[in-house]
Design a protein around this ligand. Structure first.
Ligand SMILES: [Zn+2]
Length: 397
């Protein structure tokens, strides 16, 4: 769960956060009015009573689980399952790397964080977009911060409702963790993601089947910065160890490790330390890799949401590239290990990304950008526009 803890090893000047303002709770009517349609935040999700749409979807998912992975039991204990290769046939391999040599999939887990303003500003100043793996409960808590991602052209993927070990949950719970997170993101931002990342990297074939049935591509990582472990464990993980992990991935570029395929490292929007680390290492990552890109751009997914009319820059269209030394750059495969959902992109024709890499802000479900709304906020109440109808989409199979 996000915290405001700060690592004393790191200068606060990197993130001049006024927590008393940034993290003051506010009431946002589109969310407040819809709360009864969602599970309790930060509790393991289950079906909301009377939610017939979710009930029908769950029955289809359950049938798919029974047919595909009848032998995979609910683990029941949060030990985690960290293999990224399915054991059952016809299940897609998780995404853990990128098709383009020496490219870097930039993304941050556990947001939206109420104190991410300076961090997002840093990304904006660097014309850098990333993949944001959002926790449903955080989206409900900080809806305007979630809208920042869309305003700034980041890609949004799901990171479950309550951030628990998914293999330990029942099929209903695992389904609900994804279903309601996606519903929250759609409610708040107007986009319906087609990708997710399991907390702790905990995934097995039952969870893969549930995700696939919901048309969600599972995105994991190849290396872990361990930024989320700061000051935890025995002995505690130190910032020096985390720095070494960052340095290690840069060394990997220099020694040819990523000459065939690019890579993904796990980093976080979890707290000010993790964001400070990302800011500190950004110039070095950018100098080392040919390009830092969100996952959608890395795979040329120019329509990464269920709303097929929303376009996103492809690999070449995404800017913030260092001087590229890759002779094969520009030929990124579009046939990455993406789950094949029949309704993923619909019949909307694919257009290439903007040549400048600028991404048009998406009109949110609430009909306004967060920046404009935030300026009108008081700490207690904001009068927002009526939320639009939640997009009703058939996302099964
Ligand atoms: Zn996480």
């Amino acid at each position: 769960m996000p915290t405001k803890s700060l690592n004393p090893d790191h200068p606060l000047s990197l993130l001049p956060v006024d927590a008393s303002t940034e993290c003051s709770h506010y009431s946002y009517p589109p969310v407040t009015n819809a709360k009864s349609q969602f599970p309790t935040i930060w509790e393991i999700a289950s079906l909301v009573s009377g939610d017939s749409e979710a009930q029908a979807a769950l029955e289809l998912v359950q049938a798919k689980v029974n047919a595909t992975v009848p032998d995979v039991r609910v683990k029941g204990t949060p030990n985690g399952d960290f293999c990224t290769t399915p054991k059952h046939p016809n299940l897609p391999t998780d995404i853990i790397d990128l098709p383009e040599p020496r490219s870097f999939g930039i993304g941050f887990d556990d947001g939206p964080n109420c104190s991410h303003n300076a961090f997002y500003e840093f990304l904006r100043e660097n014309d850098q977009r990333a993949t944001m793996f959002y926790i449903g409960s955080n989206v409900m808590d900080w809806p305007l911060q979630a809208q920042d991602a869309i305003t700034d052209g980041h890609e949004i993927c799901l990171h479950t409702w309550s951030h628990n070990y998914m293999t330990a949950l029942t099929t209903e719970q695992a389904f609900a963790e994804l279903w309601y997170t996606r519903k929250a993101i759609t409610l708040v931002t107007g986009v319906t993601p087609l990708c997710w990342r399991p907390p702790f990297g905990d995934i097995d074939d039952r969870i893969r089947t549930i995700a696939q049935a919901l048309n969600l591509t599972s995105i994991l990582w190849q290396s872990d910065s361990d930024d989320w472990r700061i000051n935890t464990g025995t002995p505690p993980v130190t910032s020096a160890q985390i720095d070494a992990n960052y340095q290690n991935i840069i060394n990997g570029v220099n020694n040819g490790t990523y000459n065939e395929r690019g890579t993904i490292m796990l980093t976080h929007e979890l707290n000010n330390f993790t964001m400070s680390e990302a800011i500190k290492w950004y110039p070095m990552l950018k100098a080392a890799f040919s390009k830092l890109v969100p996952i959608a751009s890395a795979y040329n997914l120019t329509h990464p949401y269920a709303e097929g009319n929303i376009s996103y820059p492809d690999f070449n269209g995404n800017s913030a590239a260092a001087a590229s030394s890759s002779s094969t750059s520009g030929s990124a495969s579009v046939t990455g290990p993406i789950a094949t959902g029949s309704t993923k992109t619909g019949a909307v024709s694919v257009t290439s990304g903007s040549s400048t890499g600028s991404v048009k802000p998406v009109q949110t479900a609430a009909g306004a950008t967060s920046a404009a709304l935030r300026s009108t906020l008081t700490s207690m109440q904001v009068v927002g526009p009526a939320v639009g109808a939640v997009v009703g989409l058939s996302l099964l199979w």
